[in-house]
Design a protein around this ligand. Structure first.
Ligand SMILES: Cc1cc2nc3c(=O)[nH]c(=O)nc-3n(C[C@H](O)[C@H](O)[C@H](O)COP(=O)(O)O)c2cc1C
Length: 148
């Protein structure tokens, strides 16, 4: 934990006060006797004190003994727990692939931010599609205007 806090302080010092600092953690090892979400609640509070604005709750394949309940949104409860118990902003990640699913996570107060990994590799325009599906009008980056 000490190293994580040192890194957080160093990053905050390097970027100054006007840049958001996010920390991704493996919020549980999914192993008896390993790192737990309770440990992550403590870590998240310490990270916030070290200058981190938001904790992104992933989870790990650090142990071959891990039994990971992989399924849609399987890591969302980790973000929700840390958000509730540590009182820090959290990001949810892990098999979030539908716009409505992402919207519900935010609306339910389970996380402050939704992050996508593999789905964005499959469909880099997902944010535009999702915004349109949810009734928003997605804009284009200025660099794209000549193309659209
Ligand atoms: C092959 C693979 C290995 C991963 N290993 C770890 C890990 O060791 N620790 C961790 O916190 N997350 C790990 N992740 C989870 C990712 O950090 C991220 O949460 C995951 O890709 C879920 O987002 P996605 O379903 O949108 O891709 C791994 C994901 C994949 C696909």
């Amino acid at each position: 934990m000490r190293l994580a806090l040192e890194v957080a302080r160093a990053v905050r010092a390097a970027v100054g006060e006007n840049m958001p600092v996010l920390a991704r953690i493996s919020a549980t090892d999914w192993v008896e006797g390993g790192w737990t979400v309770e440990d992550s609640v403590v870590l998240a509070g310490e990270l916030a004190g070290a200058g981190v604005d938001l904790v992104d709750a992933s989870s790990g394949g650090a142990s071959p003994a891990a039994s990971i309940p992989v399924g849609p949104g399987y890591q969302v409860p980790l973000a929700a727990r840390i958000r509730r118990d540590a009182g820090v902003l959290t990001g949810a990640v892990g098999l979030i692939v539908e716009p409505e699913q992402a919207e519900e996570i935010i609306a339910a107060g389970e996380a402050d931010l939704v992050l996508l990994g593999r789905e964005l590799l499959r469909d880099p325009y997902w944010p535009r599609r999702a915004a349109a599906k949810l009734g928003a009008e997605p804009g284009w980056p200025a660099q794209y205007i000549r193309a659209v």
